[in-house]
Design a protein around this ligand. Sequence first.
Ligand code: APR
Length: 227
Amino acid sequence: MRVVVLTGAGISAESGLATFRGAGGLWEGHAVEDVATPEAFARDPALVHRFYDMRRPRAKSAQPNAVHRALARLREVHDLTLVTQNVDDLHDRGGANDVIHMHGRLDGALCAGCGHRWPAPESLAGLLCPARGAKEARPDIVWFGEMPYEMDRILAALEACDVFAAIGTSGQVYPAAGFGRIAAQAGAHTVELNLDRSAISRDFHEHRIGPATETVPAWVEELSARA
Ligand code: APR
């Protein structure tokens, strides 16, 4: 069975990482346009670096939870394309390989000048690009207004899958928020696993409400029994 899974901040919440739009969410402390757009970086790179430098050690000290481990197991029994909006590496450390980080990743640095990528140190502020020496190091994060990574591969997987699941995402940000409708129109069975209804619930045939660490392992067990 061909399965595509999209994850959002809700699956890292139970590892202690703040979501974006819940109470105490990341955006509450910051206006998106001040820390997560190319214009913000051009205007005040130090503020943008501080925002991501603050998140990097928190993500590094967080531990994968039952959701990350269950999804890693799912790949052992089905043809799984795992796409995450999250910029932490909890899927990778939870045993999944070939994770598509469509919004980039906190542990990556990117040179805004030449496109060189390298592992991010604790702080990127004032860092020189190790390839060409330009002072243009930025977080390897896809900001609002930029094209998410690997969209061709994601769309091809959505068009061909039998099952699409959106897990722990509010469905507020496109193109990820449109994946359920694309998969349903291509004939896939779509399931949403979330604490509550979301902005995209209408796009899903099935809903499993509850904490992802409870709903996802049960869902993976059921899917695995159909292998
Ligand atoms: N189990 C399941 N779902 C949960 C849990 C949980 N324990 N905790 C929270 N959720 C759900 C919330 O109900 C909400 O629908 O996770 C979702 C979190 O929504 P957001 O904070 O908006 O995160 P996300 O959907 O990943 O945001 C998408 O927006 O700000 C941009 O680039 C950023 O990748 C991010 C994108």
